[in-house]
Design a protein around this ligand. Structure first.
Ligand code: ASP
Length: 442
């Protein structure tokens, strides 16, 4: 398998000279390079430009990052909307295995978010951060009022941002996506029974739209190194390296939470399947390393399937349900990160999210992780919606950019481990005994 495939961006057509070299360089290397250049440029400004003017100069660089973040914000909602409809239309699972798969995925994701929130609250890594909060304060949310707003009142209106506030209400849009996807599945069942094929054009439409959005997403992701350069330059020029050093606390907290989630999978596999944790790790090692090196669970899914089948010895049905079907919805590492990112930034701004507001984060983190495609940096794109849901300014997502490339790799490994654990649990406590009538996915 081509391990760099996920880092090569299909929408970017670099052919000769510098552009060809740039196109061949993996995304993470471009981000690290941009970060180092940003540090150098920031130091240069810091030491050559008088202090009073440094912030004016830094602002130009900050604007580069902000403009690219606007593009990320722009694409996040259509991406999640279409991803949900697309996955509901595409998943071919019969009702019984569908329910079992759903409950396994849901418990894994809820545990991930609970771990993320727990570690985020206990360690509170944002305490050590030095973000300049400007005059920002968290809006106080009335939960009942907020809940009422989540019921869509207009089909099209729910898909566009509020005129006055500019804020996008993501949950109504997701409610519509879920409703539409489930209704279209019903239509497909009815048409299949009647021998009709009209639904195929709708399925084709959503497939094409999803692919087009992924191409556009790759274009925007290709700009992330530029955003990192702009943001790092501005921060170092105006505040030195301290804000980034304080991100070390965030990195440590996320790694701890991911580690706890991995332990949970091992326990679950130990108690609910015939596979031992050692077999699980040894058999899946190749897929896990590939997930780390590509930062893409989609690119790793076929290899994961092979590892589950050949190295661990799961039945084909369980391996394909976990590694191929489940991987479309199941991004526990991403969910955990989606919960911890906004908490960290809120803490760093000196306004930790109150416990009453954390259920909003939990719901949003589930949705944002389901909608995140299994490609590098996708979780960061959908995170802007979690920020919006709790009223955090999305520009602060920028502070996570310099470390996201690394955390992305780690959470992708956990995403993959989640798929593996689901496959093992589906395989049951007895090796080799086939389950009845699970329809093979595409
Ligand atoms: N890179 C992750 C994956 O492929 C998604 C994310 O950015 O969280 O699973």
């Amino acid at each position: 398998m081509d391990r760099n495939a996920a880092n090569r961006l299909p929408g970017v057509t670099a052919r000769r000279g510098f552009l060809a070299w740039w196109g061949r360089t993996p995304l993470y290397a471009r981000i690290v390079g941009a970060m180092l250049l940003g540090i150098a440029a920031g130091f240069f400004i810091n030491h050559t430009v008088p202090e009073a003017e440094a912030s004016a100069v830094g602002k130009y660089f900050a604007d580069i990052g902000k403009l690219i973040l606007r593009l990320l914000t722009m694409i996040a909602l259509p991406l999640i909307f279409v991803a949900i409809v697309h996955v509901l239309l595409k998943a071919k699972v019969n009702a019984r295995s569908g329910k079992r798969l759903f409950s396994l995925l849901l418990t894994n994701t809820l545990v991930a978010i609970a771990i993320g929130l727990l570690v985020g609250n206990v360690i509170a890594p944002g305490r050590f951060a030095a973000l300049e909060p400007a005059s920002y304060s968290l809006p106080s949310l009335d939960m009942w009022e907020e809940l009422k707003k989540k019921i869509p009142e207009s089909f099209v209106g729910s898909l566009v941002p509020n005129w006055e506030t500019g804020r996008q209400e993501i949950i109504p849009a997701i409610v519509i996506a879920l409703g539409l996807g489930i209704a279209l599945r019903r239509v497909r069942e009815q048409q299949t029974q009647n021998g009709e094929i009209g639904i195929q054009s709708i399925t084709g439409f959503f497939e094409a739209l999803y692919s087009a959005l992924l191409i556009a997403l790759h274009w925007i992701i290709a700009l992330i190194p530029l955003a990192v350069f702009g943001i790092v330059t501005n921060v170092v020029a105006t505040q030195g390296l301290n804000p980034f050093v304080s991100l070390l606390g965030f990195i440590a907290a996320v790694l701890l939470a991911l580690f706890l989630q991995a332990c949970y999978y091992l326990l679950r596999v130990h108690f609910q399947s015939w596979v031992s944790p050692m077999q699980f790790l040894r058999g899946g090692a190749e897929a896990l390393i590939t997930a780390f090196s590509t930062a893409s669970s989609t690119a790793t899914a076929p290899l994961n399937f092979t590892c589950l089948r050949e190295n661990i010895g799961l039945r084909e049905e369980s391996a394909s349900l976990g590694a191929l079907v489940g991987s479309n919805f199941n991004n526990d590492g991403t969910a955990l990160y989606e919960a911890m990112g906004p908490m960290y930034i809120a803490q760093a701004l000196g306004h930790p999210l109150p416990l009453a507001q954390q259920p909003v984060i939990a719901v949003m983190a589930v949705l944002a992780s389901v909608g995140a495609p299994g490609i590098p940096e996708a979780g960061l794109v959908t995170m802007v919606l979690v920020f919006q849901a709790v009223g955090l300014p999305t520009e602060y997502v920028a502070f996570l950019l310099p470390v996201d490339w690394f955390l992305d790799r780690c959470r992708t490994m956990v995403n993959l481990m989640g798929d593996m654990s689901v496959a093992c649990v589906l395989d049951g406590k007895v090796p080799g005994k086939r389950e009845a009538s699970i329809e093979a996915p595409e």
